[in-house]
Design a protein around this ligand. Sequence first.
Ligand code: SF4
Length: 217
Amino acid sequence: MSLISFPAALETGHPADTLRWAADQFGLDRLVVTASFEDAVLVHLAATAVPGIEIVLLDTQYLFAETKWFVDELAKKLDLNLHIIHPLSNIQPDNLWQSDLEGCCNVRKVEPLERALAGNRAWVTGVRRADGPTRANAPVASFDIGRNIVKLNPLAAYSDDDMALYVQLHDLPANPLTERGYPSIGCWPCTRPVAAGQDKRGGRWVGSAKTECGLHL
Ligand code: SF4
């Protein structure tokens, strides 16, 4: 499995072609999309290119109310095959994020992701190179050795303008937080709005050196 080679065309093709290729290659029942619902592009693209594809939301117990509303709206509007994965039953809302960001992300994001990926052969994400420096070299297709799964970032080459155009062309709604200065949206304790022109992920984990939650390292 780790020796899999990817068609060169995936790097330059349309994101929808990447999703269709993945469904053909790995099967609809072995393919999963994880979405943060920061915007509607990834889920719209996935659900229209591969109807019925499984879309997972990791509910950390700290999602913004606006994000929860947006998830419900898109699930209805796009008839998503949506699965919400929660932390293990012994994990309850607590103050861990105040003292141990890594520990909090581990039990609320990383461990639930492992369960979401279990049994699948390919994982589709919304990672884009334009997200920021830590993602600047993200490939469209790679093999995540640590998780033993093919990782696909069909939107890797999409610029912010490409995203805006996609939303406009398909008349998609926006997460209400976007117009309030949140270009990157995660958990409410760890996400702040940023000023226009600032690093899009600059509002995440403000005051710490942390830049990624551990899903895409
Ligand atoms: S982003 Fe913050 S609140 Fe969310 S899981 Fe990570 S540390 Fe916890």
